[in-house]
Design a protein around this ligand. Sequence first.
Ligand SMILES: *Cc1c(COP(=O)(O)O)cnc(C)c1O
Length: 420
Amino acid sequence: MKGKHIPFTKEQIEKIIEAHPTPFHIYDEKRMVEYARYFIDSFSWNKGFKEYYAIKAAPNPYLMKILWQQGFGIDCSSMAELVLAEKLGMRGEEIMFTSNDTPAEEFQKAVELGAIINLDDISHIDFLEKVAGLPELVCFRYNPGALKDGNMIIGNPEDSKYGFTREQLFEGYKKLKEKGVKRFGIHTMVASNELDPDYFVETADIVFDVIMDISKELGIKFEFANLGGGIGIPYRNEHKPVDLIKVSNGIKELYEKTIVASGLAPLKIFFESGRAITGPFGYLVSRVLHIKETYKKYAGLDASMANLMRPALYGAYHHITVLGKENEAGNNIYDVTGSLCENNDKFAINRLLPKIEAGDIVVIHDTGAHGHSMGFNYNGKLRSAELLLRTNGSVIEIRRAETLDDFFATLDFESAKIFR
Ligand SMILES: *Cc1c(COP(=O)(O)O)cnc(C)c1O
């Protein structure tokens, strides 16, 4: 069975496990950097092009630093994410703040950092002005409604809580102009985990179209179009990664036909991808604790959905490799489980795998996005360490594993003892 790429051998990972016990997430710096360069190079025709890494995928300062050094910005949507950018030393228009249902303190923090503020709703113009003042550059999130079919994960744009309607965009930019805002951006994001390159070109088409209409009607000039995230990754062996050159060529053609032809160039193209940037380059490494045979066969790991909840949450597929058995036939059917007291704590259901034994090392693929970051502590399960496999082959710990002391840090046992 031809497996997916793994950047380490069984011998190497056994060495790593001696210093860092399982389970852990490990990220492959080399291929992450290669992908970051490919992303930027694909859009080199567009002066000012920028990808803002959507930090919720894997909010770790080391990963951010690697991407920042490649020229990426960061896309934040919460206080913690803004503070993460701040602590790393990022400021100003390297930060995109795309939030919704936003608390006042978060707008205040974003304005303080000089971040690009992307408003989710027309009522937020007055709210932002009141709580933090209007910055000179403001962006709106566009929800094209019935103009665009959503994809499976994000749902139909008309049912989505995000963004302005088309009519509200006109009203909103007019209001900004009257209030003295000088610089304008527009954003849309209507896909999640989308593998069809044409989808992103169609999104650009809808955004360019509304830019032309608004510019003409209001006489404002747009600086950038942020086409959002949502670039999918090949979780399954048979999936193909999104061809970014194809996406770029399609967008360039539209750009020339519409933006350039209407005298609206230059317009910077932005993305705020998360999943595609780190997802394929992270692995959850875990050891098999027990094999159980009842009505079905179970391989129980030392990881649980506290380490990776996508399969339990969305029924998501994550490829699994039993290390050292890559060339054995996958003719045993297993549910691969964790130890949480929830029957959906499973990494795979009815998966064909080689014969597994207790002690085997299992690698779960494509956990670099929404893996560790979605972790939670239900049942007192602790979140694992994160490791970085450096380009030179060395391994560093970029986040330690949680301890019971971390877990209990918000409790006061002394008071509880005398409480009656
Ligand atoms: C989640 C999110 C992204 C990134 O999406 P990916 O699917 O990880 O590319 C970008 N922008 C916003 C507003 C998001 O919520």
